[in-house]
Design a protein around this ligand. Sequence first.
Ligand code: SAT
Ligand code: MN
Length: 622
Amino acid sequence: MKGLLLKSGLKSFDFREVLSGKVPNEMRIWFQNKELVRRISETAALCTPSEIRLCDGSIEEYESLCRDLVSKGVFIPLNPERRPGSYLCRSDPADVARVEEATFICSKNKEDAGPTNNWQDPAEMNKTLDRLFAGCMKGRILYVIPFCMGPLASPFSIIGVQITDSPYVVCSMKIMTNMGTAALEKLGPEGRFIPCIHSVGKPLQEGEKDVPWPSNAIQKYIVHFPEERKVRSFGSGYGGNALLGKKSVALRIASVIGKEEGWLAEHMLIIGVTNPEGRKKYIAAAFPSQCGKTNLALLSSKLPGWKVECVGDDIAWIRPGKDGRLHALNPEAGFFGVAPGTSYASNPYAMETIAKNTIFTNVALTGDKDVWWEGMTKEIPSPLIDWTGDLYNPASGKPAAQSNARFTVSKMQCPILDPASNDPRGVPLSAILFGGRRSSTIPLVYQSCSWEEGVFLGASVSSETTAAATGVVGKVRHDPFAMLPFCGYNMGDYFAHWLEIGKRIKNPPPVFYVNWFRKNAEGRFIWPGFGDNIRVLKWIFEREEGVSNYTETSIGLVPSKDALDLSGIATEVDVNALFSISSEDWKKEEKEIESYFALFGKKLPEALANRLEELKLRLAKS
Ligand code: SAT
Ligand code: MN
């Protein structure tokens, strides 16, 4: 590492000299935690970057990285009059989504990863990764990003340090996490952090010209070591594969920590719902990726007097409180939301949030240098450059924006951000929702009768696959608690942990199942969704207070006739089709759940097996 340049802010040093004890005053904070210094040195020695840059998380640093990315043609600055402070970035067409087949949980014992995760022996995996990481940052800068998931003031927050060779990742982490010196200060000399080592896996040979989106076309690995509390990610620069604070730390690793410490790390949005009388309740909801979490989190109410505010759109850390209730905290500082389908008509608050200071990835570019995607406006602007950089031809039948195109934006820009969004203690939950994308079988909403039955609903979530992960789109797959790709340990133990949490609190919140995506015989959505979902939230709110009417069915409680407020709804809704429970479809569903549960063998908690038997009996009688 002789002569390895070390930069912090505008100052440059020799890394070796600093290591040998000559730590300049302004750098003290970076060299106080021995484990951090060890990780940086070890990674630099293995990956052989040409420079090390310590990221302080300042706005100046962010802006200078953006300018750099613009000069290299990686970021296209958008029209400052229309979309100030914003950029468009185009990924490699082969690196557009999470790679679940390349995502691993490398616990010491295979059984601890469980039947739903890819597993390899950690020592073997480390050997494979050491080979891939050797020299992988040649010709590139190694960035060190200290970050804090959760409010800086919260005792529940988790500190991580991501080392990456992608400046796009640094900019995204700045938006999505509390990043930089503040996180380092919280870490302190003795503090523990989750090391997250990431490389796009494309070393540059002497004189080789870089591409705008470097990644590794052949080898991709997103690997978690739950016992060691470490993440190593290779070969991809996109989303959850690369912004390691999100799915890797705040879900996969945090779920393991939560299991040990008695709390839950969940793939859930959190919202505050206020009724016309001014009473407010917080609700958390789990849906798989690309099933409308950001849309529900930023809902613009179609019912007069009802209001939704957003605490978080993707992740909730949930703990039993001393008051006997569950409290939820959003560990993220920004939104990494799905762009296609977002419009002023469907989601005005999302559009306002992304009006400035936003990084767009894989959307289309208009003639006046603004962004566009399918569903933003009825007319397709012309001219239009598609997400691959070509002039768009609507006759091609292809979409102009990639179907997993995203916006990355600070939640502080959200016009309906809940005042408690950064509350270090989180917010008390009054209801929990599960849901998926199902064109048949599942009614718009139903309620479970107990915590155990609620856990059964979470465990039996299934959903049509979306473009958030690589692979076929539209195939129904089981996605328990919407955590299938994000649970860091055995899913059977995870079910048991949920049951256990319910026993530890006096007042578990009621649990509901929702499905906005049911279709009619012609293949059209029956329910308008978006702002009209407030009607469902209203029924849930009033169920929690015990006032809205319900009918008991074989699967749970549904709104009784006229209990769902459809006043002033703009579209005609076939309520019968929306709530029909076909015993034929449900018998199929029951068989599906039964064969899925068999996957967990002895790890399936008895309470869930019993709930399934009960459902079978009720369906047999119906
Ligand atoms: O995992 S990502 O952050 O890329 C998005 C998602 O799947 O929810
Ligand atoms: Mn998500």
